[in-house]
Design a protein around this ligand. Sequence first.
Ligand SMILES: C[S@@+](CC[C@H](N)C(=O)[O-])C[C@H]1O[C@@H](n2cnc3c(N)ncnc32)[C@H](O)[C@@H]1O
Length: 241
Amino acid sequence: MKKDPYKVVSLIYNHLMRTITYHDWAKYISDLQTFYFAKAETYLEIAAGSGKLASYLSKIFPNLVLLDLSKSMLLLIDENEKCVCADMTSLPFKSKFNFIFSTFDSINYLENKYELQKYFNEISRILSNDGVFTFDASLEKNSIKNAKRLNRKGKYRGLLYKQISNYDIDKKVHKNRFKVKLGNGEIIEEVHTQKIYDFELYFELAENSGLYVVDCFESFTFEDANSESERIQFIMKKNNA
Ligand SMILES: C[S@@+](CC[C@H](N)C(=O)[O-])C[C@H]1O[C@@H](n2cnc3c(N)ncnc32)[C@H](O)[C@@H]1O
């Protein structure tokens, strides 16, 4: 099992994300579900983080299951939710889901295309034949645009924190280094590495796994996206042919 990727950042996560409108994000995911699989009965959120999105969606997605690799993040989730601590490249389910979703660049945490392929293989295995899988992916334009803005520091619940963000255009790797100073003066650090994959690779690897791209939109819209987009919402189904 990989180590907890959000042990340090979980301490300040909800503060860092305070400007994100999870309510609108949940509405978008719910609109996708209504459009692509209104009759879905089984739901899985992958890389659910601190459960912000689920706090809206679990009201409309019955028996929603939340999965994340970080135990520290899962501990932030309301105890009434159904949580599973696991790696998205090795999903611990035998039963199938009708609607699987993942948000906020979580797929970019997969370090290389072999991991990405494993993830799609696992999705294909646990997605029902008529199921829908949707996720957003960050493309290079997003990293180039936002790397500077993500250099920030602040204070939250007595904890001083600093984020240093850098995009390596040759390696196509976006690193965010977080430093948090605890109350006792100790400084703890965590580096988040996100791999920026080419637009076309998602299509290729999905197909290898028996999935296909039904649509891909500019995030939060129903407008077609392309390789020049910043963040893309993919909608995939199983190729049952
Ligand atoms: C940017 S956060 C997004 C969290 C949440 N979806 C949100 O919108 O707030 C990325 C999440 O991916 C999780 N993660 C990273 N690698 C993972 C893996 N291999 N399997 C499952 N979860 C993973 C992290 O623990 C973290 O909670």
